[in-house]
Write a protein that binds this ligand. Structure first.
Ligand SMILES: *Cc1c(COP(=O)(O)O)cnc(C)c1O
Length: 359
């Protein structure tokens, strides 16, 4: 029996080859006599795992030499606080784009630390688009601009990096590693691992070195990027097993041809699904086509009474976790790196069949 296709938004599907490798190495990692879960984070075995993972991530994203790569805990939600605590640098203001549910959470956390200027806001149109760059009202005194390149819940993705003239802080939780990215355009990039990188419990941060070391008074030690960078993310015990699995995912990505290959694949998957939705006259996606996410595809059926049978029949067909976020309703298919084109094709075939029977 092949495994079902899992469309969960996160924690999400991992490449089967990665799970198989973890299984093979579970009791004895490469002759060490230990599971990775049982190793000291300061022992040579785990240090080699950690260093390899960082090297592979740097290679995949072509991370410039003046950026630190951190492997932290606390999820993206913890970064909502760490970003202002570290990046305000004596300034009292920051620009934020409000383009979806995750932007909103980042904004409400930032308000604990500074004056937040909402430079652009799409809440009035239910977060179905992103205001054009020319309409943004940036604050000339802002320390940085924060935005969410891919809104996981709303299915809204900005496909280009904005030019603003101040450091960009970006929540890449659900899109990092889905395609090539020019890291040098950012001050800080962060991502919870459980969407497109690895298991929950790990948060990846890429930070430009000159932005570190200016925390606001009272910043806890663990929330200071400079401390974590100086200690190689090992000031305290890091999430070792999640770090190891992420490392296996990085190797898998390299074997797939890297991020250019993943980008082509992800675009083809998204095109297939959006075209099927648009052509159906039955399913609907509300997002402005210019900002449709490659990773998270929300869609509705013509009548919400069909939701339950859709989910039940999908499950029987080996298509799991298609229920939309509780705040949006309907369906959501998350099609991260680990979802093969064949999985999206299965979903599209199932949707056409369901429509025939219920349309
Ligand atoms: C999932 C998600 C978060 C929250 O991540 P946690 O790891 O649960 O804190 C934040 N931002 C985005 C864009 C997400 O997709």
């Amino acid at each position: 029996m092949p495994r079902p296709y899992n469309f969960s938004a996160g924690p999400a599907m991992l490449p089967e080859a990665v799970l198989e490798q973890a299984k093979a190495e579970m009791l004895d990692w490469r002759g060490s006599g230990m599971s990775v879960m049982e190793m000291s984070h300061r022992g040579k075995e785990f240090v080699s795992i950690a260093e390899q993972a960082e090297a592979d991530l740097r290679e995949l994203l072509d991370v410039p030499a003046n950026y630190k790569v951190l492997f932290l805990q606390g999820g993206a939600s913890n970064q909502f606080a760490m970003v202002p605590m570290n990046l305000l640098r004596g300034k009292g203001k920051a620009d934020y784009l409000n383009t979806g549910q995750w932007s909103k959470k980042a904004i409400s956390e930032a308000r604990k630390f500074c004056q937040v200027n909402i430079a652009a806001n799409s809440e009035a149109v239910n977060f179905t688009t992103v205001p054009a760059r020319e309409t943004w009202t940036c604050d000339p005194e802002a320390a940085y601009l924060h935005y969410t390149p891919n809104e996981t819940i709303n299915g809204v993705e900005m496909h280009t990096v904005p030019e603003v003239g101040i450091p960009l802080a970006a929540d890449f939780s659900s899109t990092l590693l889905s395609r090539p990215l020019d890291v040098g355009k950012f001050g800080v990039i962060y991502a919870g691992a459980q969407k497109n990188i690895g298991p929950a419990g790990l948060t990846i941060v890429l930070i430009r070195e000159d932005l570190m070391g200016h925390t606001i008074a009272g910043t806890p030690t663990l929330l200071d990027y400079a401390v974590m960078a100086k200690d190689g993310s090992m000031y305290n015990t890091p999430p070792t097993y999640a770090w190891y699995i992420a490392g296996l995912v990085f190797q898998w990505l390299k074997a797939q041809g890297g991020l250019a290959a993943m980008g082509e694949r992800n675009q083809a998957k998204a095109d297939l699904l959006y075209q099927a939705i648009d052509a159906s006259g039955f399913y609907q996606n509300p997002v402005d086509p210019a900002y449709r996410s490659w990773m998270n595809v929300p869609f509705t059926l013509p009548d919400a009474v069909l939701d339950k049978p859709f989910l039940a029949e999908a499950k029987s067909a080996g298509l799991l976790t298609l229920s939309g976020h509780r705040s949006v309703g309907g369906m959501r298919a998350s099609i991260y790196n680990a979802m093969p084109l064949a999985g999206v094709q299965s979903l599209v075939d199932f949707m056409a069949d369901f429509q025939k029977r219920h349309g």
